[in-house]
Design a protein around this ligand. Structure first.
Ligand code: SF4
Ligand code: SF4
Length: 453
């Protein structure tokens, strides 16, 4: 694969110029210290330097210098990365690995050859289903029916890893459960402020109840919640998977849907992966352009749901009962048999957005009001293996990562696992069901909302 192992060797005469495929100048930020290696889940799995952040940056740099062809082996190593961004948290040189990986994956799409089936599935997933509510709803209804009549296994055999085996699929709730948020949820009591709340694309399909819990809590805090129908997919899956042009189109649509550059209302997001991407919209556009300026203004308004709540903790405590004694019914309402909860930090909340204290402040307030206890999960910031479409494209690696997280969960003795990202929530639910544990998985908004009942 490596054409010339000499560092900084000039490209061979007439060799194709791959330099635009990678962000070469960003790759030079890496000082090769290796501090990121132990934080990288794929390095932990394989022990291979090429599957580590430093190794991947080395490969990108070699491509940028014309010493390495972006061949199939290079593409596989880039795809094997979870883009969990744990390496960014520990990197002393401030390497922005997630942005570098998205740049590389986008460049790879221009040169890599995919099978007809691979291209078709990618087109169906990224261009037809995810950005189109009607198509998504049709697919959800069909998949639910297929589950009910027991032919999902057949679909998974025909389409391979594009459709996970039935036991690795999250259940699709009823149509009523899949309904979108109302376009306006009025505040309970006097209106103190107003926000937009992201409905999302896949969130209503699998976890509409989480969106409703998020809106219910905001409303109880005197917030008018707006959820315009025009706001659909944020484009994070597209950026993550190298479909930059569609990611740009979807970002522009989102910016327009939430009132454009002149609207000051905060945009509250309950999905850590979406929020992380929406905070980084400017990276999709060329600096100095009107799109870049609009993206900057938009991203400054984006807040994770826990960030918004943590800044209003007094109001939240009042809504949950104020100085009244703790209400022990919370554990029963959540189905947490022993009253012990634990928190698993989504990668795109802690590593992607640097949001760590806020969810714990909100969760502890909710657990305290409900007379529940929180225990630490070992390495709570380590990836659960969900990572967007990774659990489908790299099912074995994803499962291996999840199994080790499940071991850690068992040592806590918790009967409630709390998180704040739909992909992680579904991944945990699948793993817990498979292992036969008596543990309920909940989004943090569901825990808070259960205190309002
Ligand atoms: S993003 Fe995650 S999987 Fe990818 S190199 Fe960094 S730590 Fe490893
Ligand atoms: S920690 Fe940062 S600078 Fe050090 S090897 Fe990893 S990516 Fe490079």
């Amino acid at each position: 694969m490596v054409k010339n192992a000499t560092p900084h060797a000039p490209a061979e005469a007439n060799a194709p110029d791959w330099s635009a495929l990678v962000d070469y100048s960003a790759s030079l930020d890496c000082i090769h210290c290796g501090l990121c290696l132990r934080s990288c889940p794929t390095y932990e799995l394989t022990g291979r330097e090429s599957s580590s952040p430093r190794g991947r940056i080395h490969l990108m740099r070699a491509v940028g210098e014309g010493r390495l062809e972006p061949d199939a082996a290079f593409g596989e190593e880039m795809d094997f990365c979870l883009v969990c961004r744990n390496c960014e948290t520990v990197c002393p040189a401030g390497v922005e690995f997630g942005a570098m990986m998205e740049h590389t994956r986008s460049g790879l799409e221009d040169v890599r050859s995919r099978s007809l089936k691979g291209r078709f599935l990618r087109w169906i997933g990224l261009r037809v289903l995810v950005p189109n509510r009607l198509a998504l709803e049709l697919a959800a209804s069909s998949a639910r029916l297929a589950h009910q009549v027991g032919i999902m296994g057949l679909a998974s055999r025909i389409l391979g890893n594009a459709v996970p085996s039935p036991e690795s699929q999250p259940p699709i709730p009823s149509r009523r459960e899949r309904r979108l948020l109302p376009q306006r949820t009025e505040s309970l009591g006097p209106q103190l402020e107003e926000v937009y709340l992201l409905d999302g694309c896949l969130m209503p399909v699998f976890l509409g109840r989480v969106n409703r819990a998020s809106a219910q809590v905001l409303s109880a805090l005197g917030v008018l919640v707006k959820a315009p129908r025009e706001a659909g997919c944020c484009g994070s899956l597209h950026a993550h998977n190298g479909d930059r042009s569609e990611a740009q189109r979807l970002a522009k649509a989102m910016i327009a849907a939430y009132g454009g550059a002149g609207d000051p209302a905060p945009i509250v997001v309950g999905s850590a992966g979406c929020g992380s991407h929406m905070k980084e919209y400017p990276g999709l556009f060329e600096a100095g352009t009107a799109d870049f300026a609009a993206a900057e203004a938009f991203s400054a308004r984006v807040l994770d749901w826990t960030e918004f709540l943590a800044a209003r903790l007094d109001r939240l405590r009042l809504a949950m009962g104020g100085t009244e004694p703790a209400k022990p019914g919370l554990a029963a309402r959540l189905g947490a048999v022993n009253g012990v909860a634990t928190w698993d930090a989504p990668c795109h909340l802690c590593h992607g957005q640097g949001v760590r204290d806020e969810p714990l402040a909100v969760l502890d307030a909710a657990l305290e009001a409900g007379a529940m206890e929180r225990r630490e999960l070992h390495e709570s910031e380590r990836c659960c293996g969900s990572a967007g479409t990774y659990s489908m494209t790299h099912a074995d690696a994803s499962n291996e990562l999840l199994e080790s997280k499940l071991d850690d969960l068992e040592t806590t003795g918790a009967s409630l696992l709390v998180t704040a990202n739909p992909g992680c929530q579904l991944q945990w639910e699948i793993g817990i069901r498979r292992r036969g544990l008596t543990v309920r998985v909940a989004h943090i908004a569901e825990v808070v909302a259960a205190n309002l009942d």
